[in-house]
Each structure stands twice: as structure tokens, then as C-alpha cells.
Design a protein around this ligand. Sequence first.
Ligand code: GLA
Length: 580
Amino acid sequence: MTQFAIGESDFLLDGRPFRILSGALHYFRVHPDQWADRIEKARLMGLNTIETYVPWNAHSPHPGTFDTSGMLDLERFLREVADAGLYAIVRPGPYICAEWDNGGLPAWLFREPGMGVRRYEPKFMAAVRDYLRNVLGIVRSLQVDQGGPVLLVQVENEYGAFGDDQTYLKAVADIIRDAGITVPLVTVDQPVDAMLVAGGLDGVLRTGSFGSRAAERLATLRKHQPSGPLMCMEFWDGWFDHWGGRHHTTSVAETAAELDALLAAGASVNIYMVHGGTNFGLTSGANDKGVYRPTVTSYDYDAPLDEAGNPTGKFHAFREVISRYAPVPDVVPASGTAAPETSAALGSPVRLLADPSGWGAWSAHEAMPTLEILDVRLALFQASIDVDGPALLTVEEVRDRAYVFLDGDPVGVLDRERHDRALMLPRGRGRLEILVEDQGRVNYGRRIGEPKGLIGPVRLGSAELTGWSACAIDLDDLPHLLDGRTPDAPGVGPTAWRAGFEVAEPADHFLSTVAWGKGIAWVNGFCLGRYSRRGPQETLYVPGPVLRPGRNELVVLELEVTVEPVAHFVARPSLGPLEL
Ligand code: GLA
């Protein structure tokens, strides 16, 4: 069997120096029927390894579960990497950052009072142990020393940017070793002295995350990793976008020159990302360094392979750079062609507020519960109010957006990005309804693990407002909730539509959302993700394998208002303006 080890100055594959030329490709952001295509194209760029994170919360949506079906079939993914003749790096967290909801930590963990977050706390450690045993049960037999592709396993992720609990970090490494992982372990940190100290472990190779100034970053890394190979575990070749922000790209020439400098210095690399893919469903995360900024649905990342898997200018430039250091296959993947264009009228509207009874399970609560208690991302709350009006409605913090209605009429919106905390209700009597939306959990920094909903007591004047009914809106099942519903007259509040459209063959499509407000879309029951008129993203990627020849069904849940109730599938993606 192949042996992979850390030498004095190099990785050693069966005793011979080996440079890792890796690209990040997250299986959970790509339709499984497209994995092989993306992996093969990464190989054609000259890479010899594919790296992936593992998202705990996607595999364990509920306590005690570990789902490996469909897009979560890690074993199939790693086997496809091996079948392409490539090696693999696995980064199972438990925290992964990655612009992924909650940085991968399951929201249900934090329903338990006192649960630790990324520190040595018994309840957190017990959950981490269960999770890592499940993942590593898959990875163990796929290690290179057992005939599989896996060369390295990473412990945690940029831990030095978060904490300094060495007991925790060491315990995570011990759990990984105890689960039968025999290949070398690594940590990754930004190349800052304090972070490399807090995030590193003796006996575990330190690597860095950076996208520029390779010589200087590698010198910092070398101070903390006096021997062994130097590796940039995240060579950032692009960046991600936030709703309401600009679309990020990087110069092809400059990024290629940075890659060249890194390879010229003799380092190993994991290009983050070689192919970004998509935050399908409600999986995108958010940042909050004082202002909450949710991440968009596309994870194109301006990577060498775009969101639809087509080679870009960066692909060709990187391939050329890599060819100076390693053999690169002769074949070049074909460029993408325009997507089929078609339109479909959105059918009759079904309004949530017209008859909210059937949109999910209802429960009664004295104080307003968090969304984690209800186990949903979107909930409708109702209460009766009876005070002399106008009346001031206040909360401590809105997470993340609340639409307020009085007797069915919209009276305002509370938004986290604006730090809204108060709304003056025009009357003090009537049926108060509040739709609360989680727009993505923070994936970096201190706010990981925080609850969603209206935080702190909800007050009317100085008194806490109690006696709530809550509807946990079942978004997974939303397309089916429309079955058999009688259409409503158009009106205010969240509205769902269905539209049938014809497809000649199941090729990739791009759904334009420019005429819509803010909501979520599904095709044939597959959740494409969120859309927002704020942009920058103006199209949603529809992977070909989700479609079928003949009739297909689109479902749209619009939380605000559409200009035009028509779905347009357009020839190319639009990820938005590069400047604001
Ligand atoms: C860090 C994290 C990654 C990702 C990138 C930004 O390096 O480790 O998970 O969040 O930042 O894309």
C-alpha cells in the first residue's frame, strides 16, 4: 500500500518528494451527477488532488442522524476522485467556516443550554465525537495507506482566528486519530503569528490560508513550522458575495502570478476554489462584524471552473502556470455553450396570509420561541393585541428579517442589517402577525451558534407581548403544500406560485430573478436557493440533472412582491455588477 508522510522538507509519497497540487471542490455544493465532470476538469487543469470540507449540519439535520444520500454521499465523491486518478484531502471540521450556514455546526446543538462552541466543553465534545466517528468511518478505509485517495485530514479550521483552547484542539486531533486515521493531520491558519500559535498543535503540520504575497506568508508559516513541507491550504483565487453588495472577481493575470510565486517557492497548494458550485437550499452563511451580511446563493467564487462547471480564463491561465512545474494533460475541456431560453407564466397565486393553517405545524407559546425551538428557517407568529394605540413594538435584536402585519395589512419590516429594533403600530388592537425569516447563520467569528428569531422579549409598550401561536413553515415540503390548494386573489404578504415549463433535454438552465422581490425557488422539488432583488446575483443556477425531458415544475415562494409573475430562463448567468 502507498505510504504518505511528512518529510524534513517535503511530503513523501512512498518515500519520494511529492508536491500537492490540489483544488477545493465541495461535493455538497455540486449535483452528484456532475461530480465526475468537475473532478475530471480539475485534473485537466493539472491538479493531482481534490480537497473537500465536510458539513456536519448538512449530514446531521436532526440529532442522531447522519445522512449520506444524494449530494451528501461522501464515499461516492471520494471514490470518483480516486477513479479520476487523483488524491484527496478531507477537512471535516467540526467547524468549517466556508460561507456555509453556521460554519457547519448544527443549529440543534445550541438548543441545549450551556452548549460550548469550539471549546472543550463536555456536551459539545460528545456531539463532536459522534459526528467525527461517522465521517471518519467513511474516510478510514479510503486513506491512501489502505488503497484509497485520502492523503491528509485537517483538524478544525483556522482555529487561531477564533480561540486558544489547546485542550479542545488536541481533543479533536485525538478523536480523529482514535477513529483510525493514520495519514498525516494538518491545521490551517491565516499567516499571522498569534493565529499560528493558537491554532497549531505539536505533531500536526501547520498550513496557511492566503491568496497573495506568497513569499512573505510562507516565511511567517516557516517560523511556526520549522521543518516539513510548506503548504497553502487555501490559496484564495476569488471571493464570495453578500446580498446587497458587489460581485467579486480577481484579475486573471494577477491571480495567476500569485499562483506562480507560490509554486516557485516550492510550496504545495490547495486552490480555494477550483470550482465553487452553489449554496443550494438554505445553506449559505453570513458574516457579522457589526453589520449582518448574508451570503448569496451562488458560490461561483470567480473560480477556474465557473458555477456551471465551465472553464474560464482563470482555468487556462492556471493550467499554463501549473505546466511550468508539473506535467499537465494535453486535453483542454470545452467551453460552455449558451443555456436554453424559455419562459413560463407563474400560475395562480396562493397567499400564506389568506389561510395560514396549512403551511406547517402550529404550536402555542407564552413567550415568542426562537426558530431553533420550532426547528425552521421561516415562521409565522400570531398574537392578539388590545391596548390603546398607536403602540410601539420593540425587540432586542431581529434575526434576521420580520414582516409585520396587523389584521392582514402590512405595517412594516424589521431588518437586522439596518439594526431595526422598533416599529410603531398604527393601532393597538387587532390580530398581529409577524413572519420571521432566518437569512443564513453567521459562519465566522463570535456569533456562530446564535439563535434566530426575534431575540429578547417582544414588547408592546413596556409590557412583554405573550400568548403566541406559531406556524413552523415547512420549506422542505413547500412544493407539496401547494397540492390541492385553491388559488387566492392577488394580495399582500408571502405568495407561492407554480409554473410548468418544457425542456427538450436536461441541460443547465439559468433562472432570471430580476423581476422578483425576495424569496426561494424550487425546480422539480429541488431547492435552487434564495433570490433577492438586492442582488448582486440576478440568476439562479439550475443544474441539468434536476431537469427531465418534457414538462418540469417551478415553484416560487415570494416573500415580498414581484414586478412580473413570469419566470424567464436566460442564456447566461448574471452574478451582478463588479462595482457599487
Ligand atoms: C477562510 C476559511 C474558508 C473560507 C475562506 C473565505 O479561509 O477557512 O472556509 O471561509 O476563508 O472564502
